[in-house]
Design a protein around this ligand. Structure first.
Ligand SMILES: Cc1ncc(COP(=O)(O)O)c(C=O)c1O
Length: 379
C-alpha cells in the first residue's frame, strides 16, 4: 500500500490509502480481483491467498482504508451488506449473555437481536441510548452493549465515550454502528468501543449503487472471530461492489462536508416553517442531542428528520417533492426522503408523521425550493 510513513489526516487517508505499491509502471488504483480461486500447489501456504471466500485483494484495499479511518488499520472485515456485518457482530455476543441495545436502533438490527433473544441465545435489554443512567442500570451483568449514534431514524445522539466507559466498568464489550456519523465525525474505537460497524451501502460507498457492510476492531481475537464468521457463513462482498465502495470513499470527506453544510441550512429553515411540527437535527441549538454531539463528534452529519402534523401530510410530502427522491436508504450523492413508518418493521417509537431526510450534494437553494413548494401544498 502507498500509505505514507507519518500519520496523515483522514481526508488524505481516504485518498491515498489502499493503493498498489508505487513502483514504476504500477497502476494507481487497486484492481478488481475477479477470481474464485488461487494457484497453490502442494501444502497450503497460509501467507498466500487460497480461495475467494477467504480473501480478495479488492476487499483488502477497501478494508485498509476503512480500518485506517477508524483507527485500526489491520482491523476491518468487509461483508456482503451492513446486515451481514451486523449478524457477524451479534454472533460475538456469548450464548446466554445479556445484550444491551438502543431501543430505537435500525429496525433490522433490532429485529435480529429480538429473534436471537426469542430463540434463547441472548437476553436482550432495550434502552434509551440518550439516557446514560438507564444504560448504566441495564449494564449490570451485561456481556455486550450495542450502540447506534446518531440513531436511525430519530437522530438521537448517544454519549459514546461515556457509555463505553460505563460498559468497561461493567465488564461488557461495546460495538457502535457508526453508519450515520461516518469515521470522519466520530471514531468509537478511540472512544473505547471494541467493534465498529458500518452499512457501507450509505456514506462510505456514497452513490446509492452498492450494498456492502464492514466491521472494524482493534482486537486481534475479535477480528479473527468475525473473519471466521464471514468465511463460515459466506456473506462475502463482491469484488465489484467493494471496488465501487473504495472509489466512493475517495470523495467521502468532500461529500460529507458539503452535505453537512447543506443539512445545517435546511434544518434552520425547516425549524421556522409553519407546517413543520418538529425538526430533529443535532446541529440545532435546541436539539436534545446538541450538547453531546458538540462535545463528542466533529460535526453534526447530514441526516435529519422532520415531523409533520400527521401521517397523511408526511405521505403527501413524499409525493409532492420533485427534486428530492422519495426512496429508502441514505448517504448517497442524491437527496432522499422517506416516511419511515411505512416500513412495517419500523418500531412504534417512531412517529407516524416522521419523514427522514438524507441530504445529498445538490445545490442548497434548489433543495430548499423543492421542500418549500412541497410543504406549501400541505397547508
Ligand atoms: C444504521 C444502519 N445500520 C445498518 C444498516 C443495514 O445495512 P445494509 O442495508 O447495508 O444491510 C442500515 C441500513 O439502512 C442502517 O441504516
Amino acid at each position: 500500500m502507498a500509505d505514507p510513513a507519518r500519520p496523515v489526516s483522514p481526508a488524505t487517508l481516504a485518498v491515498v490509502g489502499g493503493r498498489p505499491p508505487r513502483t514504476p509502471g504500477a497502476p494507481v488504483n487497486a484492481g478488481i480481483e475477479v477470481t474464485s480461486t488461487y494457484v497453490q500447489p502442494g501444502d497450503i501456504d497460509p501467507a498466500l491467498p487460497l480461495y475467494g471466500r477467504y480473501g480478495n485483494e479488492t476487499w483488502a484495499a477497501f478494508e485498509s482504508v476503512v480500518g485506517g479511518l477508524e483507527g485500526a488499520p489491520d482491523g476491518a472485515v468487509a461483508f456482503a451488506s451492513g446486515m451481514a456485518a451486523g449478524a457477524a457482530l451479534f454472533s460475538l455476543v456469548p450464548r446466554g449473555g445479556r445484550l444491551v441495545m438502543g431501543a430505537t436502533s435500525y429496525n433490522a438490527m433490532l429485529a435480529l437481536a429480538r429473534e436471537r433473544a426469542a430463540a434463547g441465545d441472548v437476553e436482550l435489554v432495550e434502552v434509551d441510548v440518550a439516557d446514560a443512567d438507564a444504560v448504566r442500570a441495564a449494564l449490570t451483568g451485561a456481556a455486550w452493549l450495542h450502540l447506534e449514534s446518531p440513531t436511525n431514524p430519530l437522530i438521537e445522539v448517544a454519549d459514546v465515550p461515556l457509555l463505553c466507559g460505563l460498559a468497561r466498568e461493567a465488564g461488557a464489550r461495546v460495538s457502535v454502528d457508526n453508519t450515520f456519523a461516518t469515521p470522519l465525525l466520530q471514531n468509537p474505537l478511540t472512544d473505547g468501543a471494541d467493534v465498529v460497524m458500518h452499512s457501507a451501502t450509505k456514506y462510505l460507498a456514497g452513490h446509492s449503487d452498492v450494498v456492502l457492510g464492514v466491521l472494524v476492531t482493534g482486537d486481534a481475537g475479535l477480528r479473527e472471530a468475525v473473519e471466521h464468521q464471514r468465511a463460515l457463513l459466506g456473506a462475502i462482498p463482491g469484488p465489484f461492489e467493494t471496488w465501487l465502495a473504495l472509489r466512493g470513499i475517495r470523495t467521502l470527506p468532500v461529500r460529507l462536508e458539503r452535505a453537512q453544510a447543506t443539512a445545517g441550512v435546511l434544518a434552520e429553515r425547516l425549524v421556522s416553517h409553519p407546517v413543520v411540527a418538529r425538526v430533529r437535527y443535532p446541529g440545532l441549538a435546541g436539539d436534545p442531542g446538541h450538547a453531546v454531539a458538540a462535545r463528542t463528534m466533529r460535526g453534526f452529519g447530514a441526516m435529519l428528520a422532520i415531523e409533520l402534523p400527521d401521517r397523511d401530510a408526511a405521505d403527501r410530502l413524499t409525493h409532492a417533492v420533485q427534486l428530492w427522491t422519495p426512496a429508502t436508504s441514505l448517504g448517497g450523492v442524491e437527496s432522499l426522503l422517506e416516511r419511515r413508518r411505512r416500513i412495517p418493521s419500523e418500531p412504534a417509537t417512531v412517529p407516524e408523521s416522521l419523514v427522514r431526510l438524507s441530504v445529498g450534494l445538490e445545490d442548497v437553494e434548489d433543495l430548499w425550493a423543492d421542500l418549500d413548494q412541497a410543504l406549501a401544498g400541505l397547508g
